[in-house]
Design a protein around this ligand. Sequence first.
Ligand code: MG
Length: 121
Amino acid sequence: MDSHHEKTPKVMIVDDQLGVRMLLEETFKSEDCCVLTAQDGLKALELLEKEQPAAIFIDYKMPTMNGLEVAKKIKEKGYKCKIVLMTAYGEIANLNHAEVNDYLIKPFDIQKARDILHSIL
Ligand SMILES: [Mg+2]
């Protein structure tokens, strides 16, 4: 981000569950972010072509492409955005993937999501 100007950070939420997308969208909008949403990895990668979000929150468990695969694709394509993987405890073997900047463990409370948002922006 340009540190010389006050810009509205753009954040993308990728989750196959509408309820999660809506909850995080509302939360991040109230933190003065511009929010984009996608229901799967393919939609997310499409949107990334047009938009340049500063951060992306990606659900791990989704049909077609899991969140870690989406994160790897994003990095392969050279996008610089920060990546947060949303995963249930124990769903993936380790929380130490090079592509991922932080983890939001499901089920999460809203304050934890806000804290991570602010720590990565
Ligand atoms: Mg899911």
